[in-house]
Write a protein that binds this ligand. Structure first.
Ligand code: SF4
Ligand SMILES: [Zn+2]
Length: 546
């Protein structure tokens, strides 16, 4: 394993790292004085944004992160009265936990990827496809890619700004997960769980058991891989680890474009991967890339349409990563020879605004651009607010996105009486998907459940737990993450929506003739399902319906 220290940074990266560290230095007196002035003004009723702008420090505005740290200190020293509403307003990025869960990203160590995709950056200090000074990568290299240290430091920073961390989704990033040695993968997950548990375990199974009862539970485990690495044995191993969601690099749905970009797999392999993942009940997040070598805005539109027209695809979540031209990628030489052209910003904006309205309500668009630091972008999109620009353009045209993310209730307080249950059915992978959701009268989403009813044309993995079973692939209830036992008024998580959704799923599955209902549970949600009549199988929790 190659260890990575700050000595390996270039001068420019070193400067960025220093700036990153400075922004997290809560002892700086000049910043503290500015924070103090801002907080006193906000406590006195002033607008937060205006106060922030009135008191810059060291040539920039203070981060909310810094403000929260200062708020805590001032409350502790008695300079400020504790005020939960004010603390909530100060929160760094409320969106991060409003979905009910704290997300912790962890990078695997640098390791060769089996892929040779021409657009992929190649930085030997990083797992493939990551740049050393991307936001997530900095923390990883600072912690020498040690999973335990990465999780611990992320939890500490979330807690320092007042985020609850009792429900944690672990996002394992870096290259192709399935290509790492199996021992490394087992050990990696065990160490992540050890960090959540706050104690060591001798084995992965022991760490998982402990996490079922731990104060910080793992409520989702996500890995990223390539379609051609998704095989039944691989999915079986993922379940053993506790994986609940797979991020899969689709990139294009055109064999010509895949070949031109040296992806090393075909569309047929992508479709098979989706059929396998659905058969195993995983949540599926697809990554799709417009502006690859050989694509045009017109071909990209057709390409994207296949994503939801084809019943063998239809992902649950989507990341749209417009190709970014970076110098340390093979694509760069095509650009130099004049054989590749990044779309100008306006063209890209038009393209995304054109495809977005076609995204169905059961899909969540998680991202619209990759977080590459602008210094590495040779040509093409350098703006990070593509999402906002797209929204503005769509709004001007009287269109809006109905994807999950755009409809989530977020901080909105809802009561059970505001909500009604909707049941959307669509064909997928030879069976039927049912997207059950609780929505408000103005179509805001308070929670949902994904139920898959395999059909005679679906793939059958022949796993015991899944015999004659319909599968609950996802249950998601929104609302501010509450510390266990918390009682924030109106939070959707506490309206019993999950239980209602599960009983609807049960009725539907029974009505369709299934004998069992299997649920793909994260380690930390096993007890939730056991309390609702599910029993432990080898890989899933299963409830008998007869
Ligand atoms: S498979 Fe992914 S990480 Fe590997 S080279 Fe291709 S894009 Fe990069
Ligand atoms: Zn949307």
């Amino acid at each position: 394993m190659s260890e990575f220290t700050s000595g390996d940074y270039t001068e420019e990266e070193g400067r960025r790292l220093e700036a990153w560290k400075r922004a997290r230095d809560y002892s700086d007196p000049e910043r503290k004085a500015a924070a103090c002035a801002i907080l006193l003004e906000v406590a006195g009723g002033d607008d937060l944004r205006a106060a922030l702008h009135r008191h810059p420090a060291r040539g920039t505005y203070l981060s909310k992160d810094f403000l929260i740290a200062a708020y805590r200190e001032m409350v502790a020293s008695g300079q400020l009265r504790e005020d939960p509403a004010m603390a909530e307003r100060l929160r760094m990025k409320p969106v991060r936990t409003l979905s009910g869960v704290a997300t912790v990203s962890v990078l695997t160590r640098p390791y060769p990827c089996p892929g040779t995709c021409i657009f992929c950056p190649d930085d030997s200090r990083m797992p493939k496809s990551y740049l050393a000074d991307e936001p997530g990568a900095l923390r990883a290299s600072q912690n020498a890619f040690d999973p335990h240290r990465q999780v611990t430091s992320r939890l500490a920073s979330l807690e320092s700004v007042g985020h609850p961390t009792d429900k944690v989704e672990l996002l394992i990033l870096g290259g192709t997960w399935s290509a790492y040695p199996k021992d490394y993968r087992d050990e990696f997950v065990r160490r992540c769980l050890d960090a959540l548990n706050g104690e060591e375990s001798a084995t992965l199974v022991e760490a998982q058991r402990k996490n079922e009862q731990a104060a910080r539970r793992n409520v989702g485990l996500v890995v990223e891989t390539r379609p051609d690495y998704i095989r039944p044995e691989e999915l079986f191993h993922m379940r053993k680890l506790g994986v609940t969601k797979v991020q899969v690099g689709v990139q294009s749905l055109d064999d010509r474009i895949l070949a031109l970009n040296c992806r090393g797999h075909s569309v047929a392999e992508t479709r098979r991967a989706f059929r396998l993942m659905r058969a195993a009940g995983f949540k599926i997040q697809a990554h799709w890339m417009p502006n690859l070598l050989g694509a045009t805005p017109e071909s990209d539109r057709e390409d994207f349409a296949r994503m939801f027209d084809d019943p063998d695809l239809r992902p649950d979540e989507l990341k749209i990563y417009p190709t970014i031209l970076v110098e340390n990628s093979a694509l760069y030489s095509y650009f130099e020879r004049g054989e590749y052209r990044p779309y100008p910003y306006e063209e890209l904006l038009e393209l995304i605004a054109a495809i977005k309205p076609a995204i169905p309500p059961y899909c969540r668009v998680n991202r619209l651009a990759r977080d590459f630091p602008v210094v590495h972008v040779v040509a093409g999109n350098k703006r990070s607010n593509l999402r906002e620009d797209v929204q503005r353009l769509m709004a001007a045209r009287g269109e809006h996105c109905v994807c999950i993310r755009c409809r989530e209730v977020r901080g909105l307080h809802v009561s059970r009486g505001d909500l009604h249950l909707e049941d959307m059915a669509y064909e997928a992978c030879g069976g039927e998907e049912r997207f059950l959701s609780f929505v408000t009268t103005d179509n805001r989403l308070a929670g949902y459940l994904r139920l898959w009813l395999p059909g005679t044309r679906s793939l059958d993995l022949q796993w015991l737990d899944l015999e004659r079973a319909a599968i609950v692939r996802d249950v998601h209830i929104y609302g501010q993450t509450l510390p266990l036992g918390g009682n924030q008024e109106g939070a959707a998580q506490h309206l019993g929506l999950g239980t209602e959704l599960l009983s609807s799923a049960e009725q539907i599955a029974r009505g369709a003739g299934f004998s069992n209902l299997a649920v793909i549970s994260a380690i930390g949600t096993r007890n939730y399902y056991r309390n609702r009549g599910f029993e432990d199988g080898e890989l899933y929790l299963v409830k008998k319906l007869d």
